[in-house]
Design a protein around this ligand. Structure first.
Ligand SMILES: NC(=O)C1=CN([C@@H]2O[C@H](COP(=O)(O)OP(=O)(O)OC[C@H]3O[C@@H](n4cnc5c(N)ncnc54)[C@H](O)[C@@H]3O)[C@@H](O)[C@H]2O)[C@H](O)CC1
Ligand SMILES: [K+]
Length: 241
């Protein structure tokens, strides 16, 4: 069956409506569900075992995609993993992001900032996977620093260290897909609410694709032009392929 997708523009509109006066979700609610979905996809792909490495590097960007990563790290800690968060560019637009960081400290999750040695966690003998929560559907190329250098290091590491991308593989054009052969190739993509057009460009041999962010009713999905996804029970993610 063809992949159901909506454009970056429509995704932003859908988000706005969910958080508008009529529907009334708060960003905090949606982000909690989004981050939980990503954590669930990680657990499904790399089931926790006491005898296996459990360190996960979560790289959080400056916007809401980064917020999803901060929430994901907390849920991974609750599931027995050892997340380490690299959060180099923090926003002070709302106090919410600082609260998410405080919650991580409450769970004894290290949160590294600009200037810290984050690249040591790219060692595949110690780290299970990297969660790419750098940019989502509001990314506009070209990538500005420090994220260009971060992506370059991820590209070098990705052969041995799987990348789990949140909503969009960072650096890919949201509607067109990978801009050049220098882009990261995630091992797992977790699309939120509904895949964006770039998801149709993933190579299904290389990347497992999940949908998560389970927060809309059937009629709302149909209004935005896609069939709802058949999640099972209370699962927060559905594997598409
Ligand atoms: N309904 C949902 O599916 C929900 C999804 N969520 C997540 O939110 C992101 C979209 O979040 P938004 O804040 O709009 O944008 P981003 O995180 O993608 O990035 C904005 C951030 O990045 C900076 N930026 C943009 N382009 C560049 C660039 N070329 N170089 C450097 N920096 C750049 C920009 O200035 C902003 O600071 C969506 O994908 C989901 O992951 C919500 O969590 C909940 C609902
Ligand atoms: K991302």
């Amino acid at each position: 069956m063809a992949l159901r997708t909506i454009s970056s523009q429509l995704a932003a509109q859908l988000d706005k409506e969910l958080m508008g006066p009529e529907v009334g979700f708060t960003l905090e609610q949606l982000m909690e569900l989004a981050g939980l979905s990503v954590a669930q996809a990680v657990v499904k792909e790399f089931p926790y075992s006491e005898t296996r490495k459990s360190q996960v590097l979560v790289i959080a960007g400056p916007g809401n995609n980064g917020g999803d990563g901060l929430v994901c790290a907390r849920h991974l800690a609750l599931s027995g993993f050892q997340p380490v968060v690299y959060y180099p560019k923090r926003t002070t637009k709302t106090p919410f992001y600082a609260q998410l960081v405080n919650q991580l400290k409450f769970f004894k999750v290290p949160v590294l900032g600009a200037g810290d040695n984050w690249a040591q966690y790219l060692d595949h003998t110690k780290t299970l996977c990297v969660v790419d929560a750098i940019f989502g559907f509001s990314f506009k190329p070209p990538v500005r620093e420090p994220f260009g250098s971060i992506l370059q290091q991820l590209r070098h590491a990705q052969q041995n260290l799987p990348i789990v991308s949140v909503d969009i593989p960072t650096g890919w054009d949201v509607d067109e897909g990978p801009a050049d052969s220098d882009c990261i190739i995630p091992s797992v993509l977790v699309s939120l609410t509904v895949p964006k057009p770039c998801a149709a460009k993933i190579d299904t041999c290389e990347t497992h694709h999940y949908v998560g962010g389970r927060f809309i009713p059937r009629d709302f999905a149909l209004k935005y032009g896609f069939e709802p996804f058949p999640y099972e029970n209370l699962d927060q993610v559905l594997r598409l392929h």
